[in-house]
Structures are given as C-alpha cells and as structure tokens.
Design a protein around this ligand. Sequence first.
Ligand SMILES: Nc1ncnc2c1ncn2[C@@H]1O[C@H](COP(=O)(O)OP(=O)(O)OP(=O)(O)O)[C@@H](O)[C@H]1O
Ligand SMILES: [Mg+2]
Length: 454
Amino acid sequence: MSFFSSKLIMRYALIILCIIILTGAIFSQFTDNLIVVIIVLLTEFIILMMMLHYVFDKYVKPIKKATDTLDELVRGNFRARMHHPVSGSMASLLMKINKLARSLSELSINEKIQAEQLTTVIENIQSGLILIDEKGYIHLVNKNFLSIFGKTDKDYIGYLYYDVLDNETLHKSIQQTFLYEENVKESIMVDNGFKQYFEIVGAPIFDERNMLKGAVLVLYDITELKKLETMRKDFVANVSHELKTPITSIRGFSETLLDEDLNDKETARHFLGIINEESKRLQTLIQDLLTLSKLEKDESHILLSTIDLSDIINEVIPVLCQHAKQKDITLHIKSENNLKFSADLARVKQVLINLLENAINYTPKGGEVTLLSEEQEEFIHIMVKDTGIGIPNDALSRVFERFYRVDKARSRNTGGTGLGLAIVKHIVELHRGKIEIESEVNVGSTFHIYFPNQ
Ligand SMILES: Nc1ncnc2c1ncn2[C@@H]1O[C@H](COP(=O)(O)OP(=O)(O)OP(=O)(O)O)[C@@H](O)[C@H]1O
Ligand SMILES: [Mg+2]
C-alpha cells in the first residue's frame, strides 16, 4: 500500500509538474503567443489537480480511514467501522476490515458473556471457592468463601495463602494438592458463633503442557449432613437404650422364675405380671417406632377424607375416661358440633389420644383437663389444656424430639416411650397444619393444634 502513500503522491505530483514545465518550455518553442502558453500550462495544472484529487479521494483517504479504524480495533474498540464510498479493490479491502471488526466484536461479546456467566456461577455456587497459583498466591475467592472465613476479597487476593488463611486443615489441603498433584479431600469445622462443617476438595490445575499451574479448593457445606448423621447415631443409641431396659427386665425376671420354686405361685404370678408389663412396653415402643417410620416415609400414608371431629372426640373420650377417673381428673369437653374437615381419621384420633394421654399423665390427682375444638377462618383449632406439672421454657422446643422427656424417671413411670409428641408433630405437619405450646411449670400446659380448614 506504500505505493499510494502521500509522500509518493507528492513526488509524482512534482514529476508531473516538471513535465508540465518541460512541455510548456517545448511548446513555447513553437509559438510566441504567451497567452496560449499560459492557457496550456493552466489547463495542464487543472488536469494535474484533478488527478491528484482523484488519487487522494480514491486511495489516500480510504487508506487513512482504514488505518484509523484498525488503530481503534487494536485499542479494543470493536465497534469501529469504516464508512467510505469506494469501489474496486479498495472496496473489498474496506469490506474485509468491517467484517474483521464485526467478527472481533462478536468474539468480544461472547467472551464477555462467558466471563459474566462464569462469574455468576462462581459467585452463586453454594460452596466456598478459592483459586491459588503455583507460587501460592491467591487469585480468586468467591462470596461464599468470604462468608465462611470473613474479611473481604481485598484481604486475600494477591497474597500468599499461608499469610492470610489461618485454618491449618486448609493449609494442609493446599499443600497436599500441590504435593501429590491429585484431588485431596478433607473436612473442617468453622465456628462463627455456630458450628459449620465443610468438606474441602482440592484439585490441581494443569496447563496444556501438563505443568502444574495452581490449585482450586471447593468447600462444601456438610453441616446438615453432619446433623443428620448425629441424629441417626442418637436415634440408634436411644432405641437401643429404650429396648435394653424392658428386655433386661424380662430376661432377669424370667431367669429368676426358672431358678425359683414354681410352686410359689404368688411370686411366680408377681414376676409374670412384671414380664407382661415390660413386654407390653416393648410392644408399644415398637408400634410407635413403626408409626413414626411410616409417617416419615411419604405422604401416601395420609388417607384424606371428610371427617367429623365431634365423632372422633366421642370415640376417644371413653378410652381415656377410665384413666382420668383413676387420677380423679375432671375432663371438660368444649367442642363445636359439626366440625367437618378433610383429614386422616385414624391419625387425627392418634393426635387427640396422645395429647389427652399426656395431659392426664402429667397432671397430678384432682386436676383438670380441657379439650376445646372450634372452627376458625382458615383452621380447625383443637386445644388440649391441663392444670399439670407444666414444661420448663428451655424444654418447650425439645418436647417434639424423639425420646425427649423433661423428667426421664417420671415419664418412664407413666409407661411413656418419649415418641408421642414426635408422632403428633409429624401428623400435624403431614396435614400442613401447625402446633403451638404454652406452658408454665406447676400451673399447666396448653397444646394448640391447627388443621387447615379444607
Ligand atoms: N401435658 C404435658 N405436661 C407436662 N409435660 C408434658 C406434657 N406433654 C408432654 N410433656 C413432656 O414432654 C415429654 C415428651 O412427651 P411425649 O408424649 O412425646 O412422650 P412421653 O409422654 O414421655 O411418652 P409417650 O411416647 O408414651 O407419649 C414427656 O416426657 C413430658 O416430659
Ligand atoms: Mg406422651
């Protein structure tokens, strides 16, 4: 393209000018008329100017614009385009420059979108993430990482990991990832006022020549899993413990019976009575456990039908009356008639039995137990109130846990398994209802159940 550079054009112009002067001088040899010579020279000059203008407009100007556009593209402004009316080979050059600019622009948009997508993913994954180069400098930490370890990204990025990270296990994971150049797994506990458990997975990063370039560490929150694991362990321990007591007792008394003189009918009867009681306890425990496991399996165990609450109350009360009478407890039933709603009949019955049994069990002799049911706008409200021993504040949130008892000895004396309220809660939740307790020690407790009025 230097063929059309302005310097060369000036040189051509100078040569043409010389030619004009030369032709003017030669022409002046044939004529004395100065005017004719001047006219010829002027005409030649005008032709020269027109040629210059043509060359400038057709080649120099587009080349200048093309250079400017390319400069803009080099600077990263991929929106720069060339607008110049030309034809021939220059037109194809300009078209190609515009095409190049369009391709670059598309590439940069795609790159931007990809970068944004990557940032969104990194920032929004539910795990903490940290990227370290082969020299140990931190290049990236995501939002979740900062929420786990505190501080801002400025406190980490650009620093050596061992200068800014305090956690020993994290150091170890990073070192092992670099050392073994393979994925490393560790777990840590972070205490930010509450305990959180994380699984760290460290993965080395290699370049195309398979050289170690750095490492990325991902921290998965496994707190819930840990909780579940603890719950499962606790549950197994509790079940074993609950089973152990009656089984030990049955075994002990049956062994004594085997050793004893069976003619002593009185003692034998007494021991058999205990064995019978303990086996009943075992049966109740196993039944409750089965009920809980069925309730936990899925919602298909809820058989919805339109039920009349007054009918259920009429069925339940005679079962409990006996026990209440023995303890000289007065039962007050305040139930609206015709309380119909959609629920699982057997399960609602179980809720009422469990709550009323508790109310009677945990109310001293001569007390009162009230059952109230009423229709509210969105709910069917059932209330079981007693004048019993009450539940201390710190135990209120725990009474729905399996095997939780406020007073262990007392509850066992009543034959309780500690699963009654866990079952109640499950049933109420499966019906998408809610349960609330109010209680005051030595004054009494009130359980409110709300079933959706549907
Ligand atoms: N009405 C109440 N008044 C006082 N304490 C109560 C009352 N209801 C429940 N509790 C306390 O909550 C604990 C858990 O009750 P839950 O019904 O789950 O178990 P339980 O009564 O011990 O055994 P069961 O599974 O046989 O019902 C009880 O052990 C008791 O300490
Ligand atoms: Mg109970």
